[in-house]
Design a protein around this ligand. Structure first.
Ligand SMILES: [Zn+2]
Ligand SMILES: [Zn+2]
Length: 476
């Protein structure tokens, strides 16, 4: 399901916006379009689409603010249309019910913004209250074949519907079609498949049976259910056709992957939510609790060797040394994961080779790391999560086939990202991280130079182990 019109950036959602989003996702909403009301207040919507890859927004000046639509502000609308995941110009239009701006001011702002939409190649989201004729007239005058859009919260009659369809426009329905006062079922049955979409207009237009409370995107399914019953079709059919229409109009191609995942995982919960009207509980969109899995990556050992007798310093590095291991993580708080990992790495580059290393040793050096630390998740509810790691490690080495040395400590920072892939049998989380192990303190040992001479040296070492991990979080 796609909620094509929800003002979740408004202050009505300040207290619990993330929970509202989680409920929406959990009830099967796979994308939400957040239309603007003013161009001067877009920071929350911007941040929301930044943090949640399944949210989209529109930019524009609502007819209530048409009086403020100066050239400078209209320029700003046009510029911000280029921003990330802006999918429409809206909401724009005419509102004769309220009197915040004169009809002339509203016509001017509407027309200017339609022209912006045509220039930037985006559809428009049209707000219309008691202004059917003028809305259609202006669209007709501006329609040159390149304009498309949606008449949102469609509440007009058959005539208006037919003219809108002829102009190539879509319409969308919200909670008012479930009200007892609704008298336009002829519109609901007449509008052809593929030309209508779902919306909530949250926080307004709360559908039956939740009327009287704040509306939110999770309730969009009531609009779909009502349409299904009036059109004598199934809920799934309405969801499928309205989702396709919204993707077509707003060109939401990026969400295809999310849809695939939601088919895998969310259909059962959406059905559960249907039978359970009033208790929509808080659920993490990507449930992760305890996970475990494997690690593989190339280890680079960087040593800075200071020859004690000569006072000379030389850097030495061994690159591309295979490292592999296992990790277990526990997401013990909202943004925090505890991680314990074991990594093994074998340095064969120190072994005798008649050409490359004629003074090499008999056996490889073998390194063992036991790492522990915390990951701090910057955006824990997103599909792609970025994090920082900080911890420590104990490191043991066995040189040239000898016994394991005493453990030494490491300081261990890292940065990485992982991807949440929910499936019906648990969450798969592939990720990549660049992690360093700084060995402390310096160590004194004999080294063999390229000419075969042995020197005593002070050596400081760090290991750079960029790694791929694949973690599995079972369902509990
Ligand atoms: Zn509106
Ligand atoms: Zn609206």
């Amino acid at each position: 399901m796609i909620d094509t019109h929800a003002h979740i950036d408004t202050e009505q959602f300040d207290a619990d916006r993330e929970e509202v989003l989680n409920r929406a996702w959990q009830s099967g909403v796979e994308a939400i379009v957040i239309p603007a009301i003013t161009i001067t207040r877009t920071d929350i919507a911007e941040r929301l689409v930044d943090e949640h890859p399944w949210l989209y927004r529109a930019v524009g000046i609502h007819p209530h603010h048409a009086r403020e639509a100066t050239t400078a502000l209209l320029d700003r609308v046009e510029r911000s249309a280029e921003a990330e995941r802006v999918v429409a110009i809206g909401e724009i239009g005419l509102d004769y019910y309220y009197d915040f701006a004169t009809p002339a001011e509203q016509h001017q702002a509407f027309r200017e913004q339609i022209r912006i939409a045509k220039r930037v190649g985006l559809p428009i989201i049209v707000h219309n209250r008691d202004a059917d004729d003028d809305v259609l007239r202006i669209i007709e005058e501006e329609q040159d074949g390149t304009l498309n859009g949606v008449l949102h919260c469609f509440s007009s009659g058959l005539d208006m519907l037919r003219r809108a369809l002829e102009l190539g426009f879509f319409i969308s329905f919200t909670g008012n079609i479930t009200f007892r006062s609704w008298q336009r079922n002829d519109v609901l049955t007449e509008v052809p498949v593929g030309r209508f979409m779902l919306e909530t207009d949250s926080p307004y237009m709360t559908p039956h049976p939740h009327r009287g409370r704040r509306n939110e995107p999770a309730l969009v399914r009531h609009v779909a259910e009502h349409l299904a019953s009036v059109r004598s079709t199934t809920f799934d059919d309405i969801v499928m056709t309205t989702t396709a229409a919204a993707k077509q109009l707003f060109r939401l191609m990026a969400i295809v992957a999310v849809v695939l995942v939601s088919v895998l995982t969310l259909s059962p919960s959406a059905q559960a939510a249907e039978s359970d009207e009033d208790t929509v509980e808080y659920v993490h969109p990507y449930p992760r609790r305890i996970g475990f899995g494997g690690i593989v990556g190339p280890n680079t050992i960087v040593e800075t060797q200071t020859l004690i007798a000569k006072g000379q310093t030389q850097p030495l590095s061994y690159e591309g040394i295979p490292a592999f291991g296992a990790a277990a993580v526990w997401e013990f708080a909202d943004r925090w994961m505890l991680e314990i990992a074991y990594v093994f790495s074998e340095n064969r580059k120190v072994v005798y080779d008649p050409v490359a290393n004629p003074f090499g040793q008999q056996n490889p050096d073998r390194y063992h790391f036991l790492e522990a630390g915390v990951r701090y998740l910057f955006n824990p509810y997103s599909r792609v999560v970025f994090y920082g790691f900080f911890g420590g490690a104990a490191s043991w080495v066995s040189r040239d086939g000898g016994p394991l040395g005493a453990p030494r400590g490491c300081v261990t920072p890292g940065i990485g990202l992982f991807i949440n892939i929910p499936t019906s049998f648990g969450m798969f989380v592939p990720g990549g991280e660049w992690r360093l192990n700084f060995l402390l303190p310096e160590e004194e040992r004999f080294i063999v130079m390229g000419n075969g001479e042995r020197y005593k040296a002070n050596i400081s070492t760090f290991f750079s182990i960029p790694r791929f991990t694949l973690l599995y979080f079972p369902k509990w």
